[in-house]
Design a protein around this ligand. Structure first.
Ligand code: PLP
Length: 380
């Protein structure tokens, strides 16, 4: 009977399984293990922010709500960080985290069969959103160990059906920050093929070694074809508050807003109020955030290298270490992580959840295939 009913699921839903990262998190909880798998920061939200949220609830900000001040602050931030002019009244939409902003962006731009280019490895939710919207993900492999972009591979991935490219920089899981040259190559391709860029910039404030985040929207001809998505989640350790946004030309922002209103109506009202306080944070707050993660990165890299992990690529941003298992270790990524949970009480992510070779358009050589089973990701 249940089987019969299952047939009524949409074909996309049938293909969806719960995320391996979620499954590992549940296992970690059951085993009381230390969870270095899920992408949430490991520090408490700043107390001034928590007070702002508590005060908003006490003041009865409990109904559906659009807090325009968030858009005003985000517009200031975009001007300060990137020199871009965006109209806070028309070009910004407050959503339930980057996740909803990205999903709504996909629904806003994808027609059945449109192709969307993604870089491999990649954060797992993009593909689901693209498929739910009727699109087809097309993966371009970044080359290990430095996860560099091969312009020829990118050029080969475009077809007449390509609608957009998704760019996540700083990058989960590798910690890569796309170089200016790489961004220029991607921007050039977007202009040549007249396609959109949809960015995920949730780690915009977490960059290392003096490097600063650059949005592809700042490249010539790109602002009009870029939808930026981001959120408070990672910068303020409030992944459960669900406050994020999409920024783009008014026609896209308006479509995203209409979709957002139909799906969730509004982001949580008290946390939108508190977001105003977060977005007023001093530059020192962001400096301290960067320094803290940079020192954690350095410490963990040193310790793990000492015991044989191969980390030829030092992350330049985000808060993940994507490392290759020691040469002496013959286990696969999944077997290694299972052992880690059972023997050490620590959960990391098997690298394969980020790789998508099956749907990749690239011809991967046999040596390249093996690295898909040899990496694990951990939060420092
Ligand atoms: C690259 C990336 N984008 C987006 C998210 C989710 O962001 P949000 O909490 O704003 O939905 C995560 C969370 O792990 C992430 O790693």
């Amino acid at each position: 009977m249940e089987m019969e009913m299952e047939q009524k699921l949409s074909s996309v839903a049938k293909r969806l399984t719960s995320s391996p990262i979620q499954q590992l998190s549940y296992l970690a909880e059951r085993c009381n293990a230390i969870n270095l798998a899920e992408g949430f920061p490991d520090f408490p939200a700043p107390s001034y922010l928590k007070h702002a949220a508590i005060s908003a609830i006490r003041s009865d900000f409990n109904q559906y709500r659009h807090v325009q001040g968030i858009c005003d602050y985000v517009a200031h931030q975009v001007k300060r960080m990137h020199g871009l002019d965006v109209d806070p009244l028309t070009d910004i939409v407050v959503c339930c985290g980057q996740s909803e902003a990205f999903a709504a962006a996909m629904f806003a731009i994808i027609n059945q069969g449109d192709e969307v280019i993604l870089f491999d490895p990649s954060y797992e939710t993009y593909e689901t959103c693209i498929r739910l919207a009727g699109g087809v993900p097309v993966y371009v492999a970044l080359d290990p160990p430095h996860w560099s972009l091969n312009p020829d591979k990118l050029a080969k991935s475009f077809t007449g059906r390509t609608k957009a490219v998704v760019l996540n920089s700083p990058h989960n899981p590798t910690g890569k920050v796309f170089t200016k040259d790489e961004l220029e190559i991607i921007a050039g391709a977007c202009r040549t093929w007249d396609i959109l860029a949809v960015t995920d910039e949730v780690y915009e404030h977490i960059t290392f070694d003096g490097e600063r985040h650059t949005s592809i929207a700042t490249f010539p001809g790109m602002q009009k074809r870029t939808i930026i998505t981001s959120s408070l989640s990672k910068s303020f350790s409030v992944t459960g508050w669900r406050i994020g946004w999409a920024i783009g030309p008014a026609c896209f922002a308006s479509a995203i807003r209409n979709i957002h209103v139909k799906i969730t109506d509004s982001a949580p009202a008290p946390f939108q109020e508190a977001a105003l306080t977060a977005l007023r944070s001093s530059p020192e707050y962001f400096d301290a955030l960067r320094q803290d993660y940079e020192s954690k990165r350095d410490y963990l890299t040193q310790v793990l290298t000492k015991i044989g992990f191969q980390i030829p690529f030092t992350p330049k941003g985000s808060f993940f270490l994507f490392m290759e298992l020691p040469q002496t270790c013959t286990l696969s990524d999944v077997d290694f992580v299972e052992g880690l949970i059972k023997q050490a009480g620590v959960v990391a992510v098997p690298g394969r959840v980020f790789f998508h070779t099956d749907s990749s358009q690239d011809d991967l050589s046999p040596t390249a295939i093996s690295y898909h089973r040899r990496y694990i990701s951990s939060r420092p």
